[in-house]
Design a protein around this ligand. Structure first.
Ligand code: GDP
Ligand code: MG
Length: 596
């Protein structure tokens, strides 16, 4: 155990975590040149395209240090997005050390700090790395000052590196060996292994990744998952090189995988403890939480008769993504579909994209919303995941909505703008803290619903890209909310209803009508768009009728061109839904996201 080192890499997005990880793998010859492919750890197709790490993975390296000793280094990669912060926290809990990477051209950003706090909360040894020093724009001295201020280290503890040129890579490996503590744990104690991730394999079922805290996990033994209570046979255990390598046992301190015939990701919860049935531990590893979806949206098939197919696709997706939830729902406007729960907006985008790519499902997604706690006048609490499910106002005593703690780091020049934006989004300023003379950290409490829409884009634009942002949920608070309905030619469209903060409802209704007017194409009759709270109409717009002959432009001449045009129009219609007598495009159901 004394020659094992478990570490993770934490960084703000784009600061070079994946690139540097690749350099470490190359240097330790964990990957051969043939296998070399930029950013090996990001192996889902989507991850590659988006250039982000969606799920965490682990990889083991062998390293012979300058002192002549051989070490096993387990690198645990963490996802770089707030949607997956629980997984980040479990990955961090599996390590003794963390490389804190800061881009020398950007300096410390919000996720640098939020991840650092997570790491410090788990008593990890922090090894600061100043990355991208090959770039002309690198502000080496200035960013070193920032790091010293932030973590209170000595200047010479900061390793200057470049994931591009490979500079500093050996220093990093030596620092991991020298500064990161060896794992502690008792190989002879009852087994306690922390699950920090799992992946689904269509041939082998679920593969769970773990860090053994105490005891030894052996091939063939009967194991139990502490929190779920489920028992399985450990059909295969091993360590994670670039590929899985089977072992007869994995001992305390080490990182490995287990395959045990589990068919659904839902049966393996990140944060759960694996123990042995013969000699079980008495307590699970601290910090286990059930991950709850934060954002909900209706997902409907474009073609009504694809409902069953959509259900089958969602069920398959859930096998390898347990954080996706769904339940059947019906909408007057959209017919039969599902209300899906997601970890956040990125997660929602990923699911939608995977439905399309892996299952060839074209879906209409409604406006995302958060979940509300509704207390009825009878004293019951119901959890509402869809604004149209809100009981009659007379039956509602009060409504609570989820709040977050938001942490924003900005250049001082934009502080005014940032505070103004957060106040508009119903934020309360909690603290502000100057990191240097021209960079400041501000902390707000605000409703999650306010950041679900376009907060991040707005923050970026008012700060010219300089502000960075991170958040975590802090619980529910009472809010004055009203249900806003949209009517098209007097028919309420349930899929467009939203719960809005009362003081913002008029403004919201007006903007919503304006946006819908832009998005709904002109048809052969006038379309009245109205916003209403209860029976009261608060805004109205009209889409004027048009009598459009789509083939008129073809001058009756070229028949193939005419056909092409008609086909193109049919395709364009695919993501349209008939609501009453009005054709409504998919974009209209997401109008809220595009309002300014
Ligand atoms: P991550 O989001 O932290 O994983 O960041 P990536 O590793 O994906 O890097 C983000 C971008 O910065 C990519 O375009 C990399 O090619 C680039 N990059 C990463 N490290 C360096 C470096 O040391 N020097 C330079 N010039 N570019 C780098
Ligand atoms: Mg990455």
């Amino acid at each position: 155990m004394k020659n094992i080192r478990n570490f993770c890499i934490i960084a703000h997005i784009d600061h070079g975590k994946s690139t540097l990880a690749d350099r470490l793998l190359e240097y330790t010859k964990t990957i051969t040149e043939r296998e070399q492919q930029a950013q090996v750890l990001d192996n889902m197709e989507l991850e590659r395209e988006k250039g982000i790490t969606i799920k965490s993975h682990a990889i083991q390296m062998d390293y012979t240090a300058q002192n002549g000793e051989r070490y096993v280094l387990n690198l645990i990669d963490t996802p770089g997005h707030v949607d997956f912060s629980y997984e980040v926290s479990r990955a961090i809990a599996s390590c003794e050390g963390a490389l804190l990477i800061v881009d020398a051209t950007q300096g410390i950003q919000a996720q640098t700090i939020s991840n650092l706090y997570l790491a410090l909360g788990n008593d990890l040894e922090i090894i600061p790395v100043l990355n991208k020093i090959d770039m002309d724009a690198a502000m080496v001295d200035e960013v070193k000052d920032q790091i010293v201020d932030l973590i209170g280290c000595d200047r010479d503890e900061i390793i200057a590196a470049s994931g591009k040129t490979g500079q500093g890579v050996e220093d990093i490996l030596e620092a991991i060996v020298a500064r990161c503590p060896a794992p502690k744990g008792d190989e002879d104690a009852p087994l306690q292994a922390l699950i920090f991730d799992s992946v689904f394999n269509s041939f082998r079922g679920v593969i769970a990744y773990f860090r053994v805290m105490n005891g030894t996990i052996r091939k063939g033994e009967r194991v139990k998952f502490f929190n779920s209570g489920k028992e399985y046979d450990a059909d295969e255990v091993g360590v994670l090189k670039l590929k899985m390598v089977q072992r007869n046992e994995v001992r305390a301190g080490d990182v490995g995988y287990i395959i045990s015939g589990i068919k659904s990701s839902a049966d393996v919860q990140v944060g759960d403890t694996i123990t042995s049935v013969a000699n079980p531990c008495t307590t699970g590893i601290e910090g286990f939480e059930e991950v709850k979806p934060m954002v909900f949206a209706g997902v409907y098939p474009v073609e009504n008769d694809e409902y069953e197919e959509l259900r089958a696709s969602l069920e398959k997706l859930r096998l390898n993504d347990a954080s996706l939830t769904f339940e059947p729902e019906s909408s007057l406007a959209l017919g039969f579909g599902f209300r899906c729960g997601f970890l956040g907006l990125l997660h929602m985008e990923i699911i939608q994209e995977r439905l399309y790519r892996e299952f060839d499902m074209d879906v209409i997604t409604t406006v995302p919303n958060v979940s509300y706690n509704v207390y009825t006048s009878k004293g019951d609490m119901i959890s509402i995941h869809n604004p149209s499910g809100l009981p009659e106002p007379t039956l509602v005593d009060r409504i609570e909505e989820p709040y977050i703690h938001a942490q924003i780091i900005t250049k001082t020049d934009y502080l005014g703008n940032v505070i103004k934006l957060c106040m508009e989004k119903r934020g309360t300023l909690k603290s502000q803290n100057f990191l240097t003379t021209d960079r400041v950290e501000v902390n707000f409490e605000m409703p999650l619903a306010e950041i679900v829409f376009d907060f991040y884009d707005k923050l970026k634009s008012i700060s010219r890209g300089y502000a960075s942002f991170d958040y975590h949920q802090i619980g529910y608070k009472i809010s004055a909310l009203a249900k806003l309905d949209i009517l098209l030619n007097s028919e309420p469209v349930d899929a467009l209803s939203a719960l809005i903060y009362k003081d913002h409802a008029y403004d919201f209704g007006r903007k919503m009508c304006e946006k819908l007017k832009e998005l709904i194409p002109r048809q052969q009759f006038d379309i009245a768009i109205q916003a209403a709270i209860g029976a009261k109409i608060i805004a109205r717009e009209t889409v004027k009728a048009v009598r459009k002959d789509v083939t008129a432009k073809c001058y009756g001449g070229d028949i193939t061109r005419k056909r092409k045009l008609l086909e193109k129009q049919k395709k364009g219609k695919k993501r349209m839904r008939q609501v009453g007598n009005v054709e409504v495009p998919q974009s209209a159901f997401l109008a809220v996201l595009k309002m300014d």
